[in-house]
Design a protein around this ligand. Structure first.
Ligand code: IPM
Ligand code: MN
Length: 398
């Protein structure tokens, strides 16, 4: 058995609503890996979010941000958002967690894979009858995660998390507007764009290209016919692309992109875009992979990362053991892949692949699916079933 034990310190932030249930399933996967390999996970659970704020006046305990920055090797976040939990200044309560970490840890890329597994009905036609051929949807969208339209809120949230004085954007005047005006500046920097786009090209090198033709293709999605920030983003894309001659370049405006991604998802491989466009496009993208319950993500920087399902806290399902845990399980898959590549540990990368295979086998078998995929299985039973499959695969392999 174990010659040595690799120990990874993992922060578990369950957050609000159904985030708390899916975090348990994420932990079940970590425990399953630990039981069957030499990889160890020291899990530290940190309560946080809008509900905690509602109850205690704190978004998380003092020192939590410092723990995430200084102690954790990787972080899992369930969900943030409690109805009516807002700070006195109107900002989202729990924002210091999700947005504070994104900005405060400089997690510049929000990486959101969109993949339709065999046996999963996509949601474009509304019913559970239409299933595209498996493999038709397999793309990764990279959403810029530290600037753009979110910039001021991200900064304020990080300021709170880090105990800095709160940032307010400079006063601006807008000729022709009358009465009260509210605005959120949308700064886009060359540096912020460059590092995001570079990661997009790097990810393209690890993938098999677009489903339709196997061509490695990186799409720059913006609104450069209208905004200056997007013009800089597209110029930066062209500059970075020179270093990656093997990828085919593709360009689109965000409005048209929403049609193309729905009509011909098979043409897309890697997509890079700005913050708010990526927020919106990835909810649409989730529909192509069977819904929000299937959408995993990684908030990734050069040093730190946190992984979270894209779905929110879904308050109406909270505590019912009902929601789909696969978005969370696949977020742990992304965590293993990231940790493995960062530490040059092939075993972790392989473990990530085995999680993917366990999810794929589970979905192909079709026998225990949550309500969103047309079944009636509980969150925990799906989590257990996938963990059991993973356990057998790990036993075989290691
Ligand atoms: C997401 C969410 C967040 C965002 C919210 C909860 C602040 O919608 O991760 O996509 O807008 O980024
Ligand atoms: Mn969103």
């Amino acid at each position: 058995m174990a010659k040595f034990m690799a120990d990874h310190r993992i922060g578990i932030l369950p957050g609000d609503g159904t985030g708390r249930e899916v975090a348990v399933e994420a932990q079940r996967i970590l425990n399953t890996i630990e039981a069957n390999t030499n990889q160890g996970f020291e899990q530290t659970v940190i309560e946080c979010g809008g509900q905690l704020y509602h109850e205690t006046g704190e978004e998380w305990a003092e020192g939590s941000f410092d723990f995430c920055r200084d102690e954790a090797d990787a972080i899992f976040l369930g969900a943030i958002g409690h109805p009516n939990a807002f700070l006195p200044n109107g900002d989202l309560a729990g924002g210091s967690v999700i947005l504070g970490l994104r900005s405060g840890l400089d997690l510049y890329a929000n990486v959101r894979p969109i993949k339709l597994y065999e046996g999963v009905p996509h949601k474009v036609h509304g019913k559970f009858t239409q299933i595209w051929e498996p493999g038709m949807v397999d793309m990764t969208i990279l959403r810029e995660n530290t600037e753009g339209l979110y910039h001021s809120l991200l900064r304020r949230s990080a300021d709170r998390a880090m105990g800095r004085p709160p940032y307010e954007p400079p006063e601006m005047t807008f000729p022709g507007l009358e009465g009260e005006v509210a605005y959120d500046p949308r700064p886009i920097s060359e540096h912020g764009s460059e590092r995001l786009i570079r990661m997009g090209f790097e990810i393209a090198e690890t993938r098999n290209g677009a489903p339709i033709d196997g061509v490695k293709r990186v799409s720059c999605i913006d609104k450069s016919n209208v905004t200056r920030g997007c013009q800089l983003f597209r110029r930066t894309f062209d500059k970075v692309s020179k270093h990656y001659p093997s990828a085919e370049l593709d360009y689109g405006y965000i409005d048209a992109f929403t049609q193309w991604i729905t009509r011909s998802p098979e043409s897309y491989d890697v997509v890079v875009t700005s913050n708010m466009f990526g927020d919106i496009a990835t909810d649409l993208g989730a529909v192509l992979q069977g819904g929000m319950g299937m959408a995993a993500s990684g908030n990734i920087g050069d040093k730190h990362a946190f992984f979270e399902p894209v779905h929110g806290s879904a308050p109406k399902y909270a505590g019912m053991d009902k929601v789909n845990p696969i978005a969370s399980i696949n977020s742990i898959q992304m965590m293993m892949d990231w940790l493995g590549r960062k530490n040059n540990d092939d075993e972790l990368v392989q473990i990530g692949q085995l999680i993917d295979q366990s999810v794929a086998d589970h979905l192909r078998s079709g026998d225990s699916l949550t309500y969103d995929l047309g079944g009636s299985a509980s969150c925990s039973s799906v989590g257990k079933s996938i963990a059991d499959r993973l356990s057998s695969k790990l036993k075989e392999q290691f």
